[in-house]
Every structure is written in C-alpha cells, then in structure tokens.
Design a binder for this molecule. Structure first.
Ligand SMILES: [Zn+2]
Length: 236
C-alpha cells in the first residue's frame, strides 16, 4: 500500500526538474530564470515572411523541458513553458513588436503536429503550453484555436535539411478551422474585440529551418488569416 501511494505521488509530483534533472523539484528556480529571458529575434532559413522570435536556443532548460513534455509525458511542464511564452509576449508588446490587447484580441495558433505523434504522447504538447500561456495572460481573453493539421504523408523531419523539410510539409498542412466569416473563433468574443482585427501568433516548440512555420503562415493566409508573428520556445 505504501509502495502504491509512493507510486501515485511520483506520478503526481515528478521528483526531478524537467529542465535540468536536478532532484527534489519538478521545475527548479534556475531553469525558470533561464526560460524567462528576453526573446530573441530569428532569421529562419525558410523565411515565413513575418517576424519570428524564440525564447532562446535549443539547449539547456528549453531543450530539456520540450523533450520531457513531448517524449516523457511531463505534462506538468506545459505550465512553466506557457508562463515563459506569455512573458515573452508581454516583452514583445513592451518593445512594440506585438500590438497591445486594446488593438486586437490575441490568438495563439498552435503549429501543426503530426497527429499520430501527438496521440502517442497523450495530446498535442504545443497546444498544451499555448493554452497555459493563454491562462497566464488572464484576465486578457486569448484564444488558442487548433486550426492547423499536418496531413498524411509528412515524415519525421529529423535529419532533413532546409529544402527537404520545406518539401516535406509543402501542401501537407491543412486548415480545419472555422470559415473566414467566423474568424476569429467566437468563444468569449467581447464587444470591442469583435470589431477589431485579432493579433495572430503562430506558436511552436522548436523552430529548425522555418519550413513548418512558413507553410503554416501560407495556409492561414489562404484562408484570409494574417499572421503577425511566430514565437517558439527554442531555435535550433
Ligand atoms: Zn532545472
């Protein structure tokens, strides 16, 4: 019985930091500091044509947390990642790169994940931390519509170069959202935001070449949705 209880507690409270594996805490203060640094501007090899930012390079706690959330089902890490993403959005607003909420309701569109991969991990990790970012921005109303889907025929892109990655996703990202007439999604739309253009950010965990972001921006544009920027946790 004691063993069972300990097992349940282990599941509820991971004993090591998701960013650096230090024992005794699920997320340590050092990783939190590192994740909370100002976002950096990116110039992806495949240019999505909109500004791109990362919380930092794909190393340290960013790499640790992204991998643990994706590969080890450490769903608890969606919160620190989401809080850091929300912090980056606040910073980008202060710096004038992203419109303040008064000028348009914020919409965070999760970049598409290969469905089978997401299912095997117990849900879409990008949507998880995007939702946590939206919660962290409360009382601002932020929507997180999962309107992009990676179609069949997309391979795992690990090991592919920029051109091969672009070719891999070209034509394979599908829009499955509401029609343009209903954009932005109507849930919780207030009187003010309903009449102003939303600020749309594409969010993803890792940006490698920019191929997925570029194709996503194109697909959204085809449906009349202008993306204002791309924000990712980490850039390779
Ligand atoms: Zn740590």
């Amino acid at each position: 019985m004691a063993g069972l209880l300990a097992g349940i507690l282990d599941l509820a409270l991971p004993r090591e930091c998701g960013g650096c594996d230090v024992p005794g805490t699920s997320w340590c203060a050092r990783c939190d500091d590192e994740l909370g640094r100002d976002p950096t501007s990116l110039r992806p090899r495949v240019d999505p044509g909109v500004p791109c930012w990362a919380l930092g390079p794909y190393s340290g706690p960013r790499r640790g947390a992204v991998l643990a959330l994706k590969e080890r089902n450490r769903h608890d890490l969606a919160r620190p990642l989401g809080v850091a993403l929300a912090g980056a959005i606040r910073t980008l607003r202060v710096l004038g790169h992203i419109d303040p909420p008064e000028l348009g309701r914020l919409v965070l569109v999760p970049a598409p994940t290969r469905d089978r991969a997401a299912r095997s991990r117990g849900g879409d990790p990008v949507r998880r931390f995007a939702s946590a970012a939206a919660e962290s921005l409360w009382p601002e109303t932020v929507s997180v519509p999962s309107v992009l889907r990676m179609g069949r025929g997309v391979r795992d892109s690990v090991g592919l170069g920029a051109a091969a990655r672009a070719e891999n996703v070209a034509g394979h990202i599908e829009f499955r959202g509401p029609s343009r007439r209903r954009w932005p999604p109507r849930e919780n739309v207030g009187a003010v935001s309903a009449v102003s253009d939303p600020t749309v950010l594409l969010v993803d965990d890792v940006l490698t070449t920019g191929a997925t972001a570029s194709e996503s921006v194109c697909v959204l544009a085809e449906f009349g949705i202008r993306v204002d920027g791309v924000v990712v946790i980490a850039a390779v």
